[in-house]
Design a protein around this ligand. Structure first.
Ligand SMILES: [Zn+2]
Length: 350
């Protein structure tokens, strides 16, 4: 089983600026780290390009795209436009590659829709997953909604049963609110209740295939397993997706300070294993994730699970020193630089 790993070095060479929660190299770390592991033999690394304007317009308004593009070029935005398009703020700052980086994230998922139809069952794009971007404005660190665009492209290719699963601690409002009345797109979101954007109330809509599960602080692996086994498994089985897009925001994991959810990365792996039994085609993304070690280990473990090679996750000397050499505000815990899987793992025996 080989997987396409979509990547572009713009993720290494761009960042949101000092003190922004989206820390530098969070995507290139996954690329570099994967290359140090035994996993790499079954991975085809593919460099993707930016999505073109016409494709971006499937979801976004032309005036917003124009402003975003111009702001990248001039590094300036007027007060009125800043307010109107939610750009040049603390969350969505002006930076050198603010259009190009997000157009590249979208380009990855557009390429994924091709690859999944032709050559691959699984595609991994850690630089994609901007689930808050709206049609006419940026929101929550997300400038272009790569996922909504990919779903629209899939629909244009004739897919009638598309499943979107949102693992991120924050409600995926940019996608779910847009597709909530579209029966051909089933959306399932688990997110922390009352966390920004403070929408995504409980919803179990079997007519429109929209399912929102707000969960309390402290939501852990046991709670996750229960909700998956008792509710979500049946929803997915009944919907019977042709293709699944998974936004795996690592801010739902314990020790990510952006939420108070307490999942381990084993929860993500458990879900991916289930998804592999329920859908032949999977596009696996990144998303939120603001602790460099927690995020990197989770996304790598996700990739290994997709490959079916979780046993190859023993870290060699080079991989360990890569983890040691990541610098961040706080020093890492011992486990974060020595192991990929979190402990304890309640899923070992299932
Ligand atoms: Zn998030």
């Amino acid at each position: 089983m080989s997987i396409a790993f979509l990547y572009n070095d713009i993720f290494r060479n761009s960042d949101f600026g000092n003190n922004h929660p989206v820390f530098p190299k969070r995507v290139s770390n996954v690329y570099d780290f994967t290359k140090l592991l035994n996993l790499r033999k079954n991975i085809n690394f593919i460099e993707n390009k930016k999505a073109n304007l016409k494709t971006l317009q499937l979801f976004h308004s032309f005036d917003y795209l124009e402003i975003l593009y111009q702001t990248e070029k001039t590094q300036y935005i007027s007060k009125d436009n800043s307010k109107k398009y939610n750009l040049g703020t603390f969350s969505n700052p002006i930076f050198k590659q603010m259009f190009s980086r997000h157009a590249t994230s979208a380009g990855a998922l557009v390429l994924a829709t091709d690859l999944i139809k032709t050559k691959y069952d699984y595609v991994f794009s850690p630089g994609s997953g901007a689930h808050h971007a709206k049609q006419n404005r940026a929101d929550g660190f997300c400038y272009l909604n790569d996922i909504a665009i990919a779903i629209l492209v899939l629909q244009s290719k004739g897919y009638k049963k598309i499943l979107y699963f949102d693992m991120d601690a924050h409600y995926g409002d940019g996608i779910i609110d847009y597709f909530k009345n579209n029966q051909e797109v089933c959306t399932i979101s688990i997110h922390q209740e009352n966390l920004w954007p403070r929408t995504g109330d409980y919803l179990y809509d079997e007519v429109n295939n929209t399912y929102n599960f707000p969960v309390p602080e402290g939501f852990n692996d046991y709670n996750f397993k229960k909700i998956i086994d008792e509710l979500i498994f049946k929803i997915i089985k009944k919907f019977n997706p042709e293709v699944v897009l998974m936004q795996m925001g690592a801010d739902c994991l314990k020790y990510d300070k952006m939420s108070k959810m307490e999942l381990s990365n084993n929860s993500m792996s458990y879900l991916i294993k289930i998804m592999k039994n329920l859908s032949q085609k999977i596009i696996l993304m990144g998303g939120g994730g603001y602790n460099p070690w927690v995020t990197l280990r989770a996304w790598t473990y996700n990739l290994a699970t997709l490959l079916g090679e979780t046993e190859s996750l023993e870290l060699n000397k080079k991989a360990k020193s890569f983890l040691h050499n990541i610098t961040y505000k706080d020093p890492p815990k011992y486990d974060w630089v020595n192991y990929i899987k979190d402990e304890p793992n309640i899923f070992d025996y299932v």
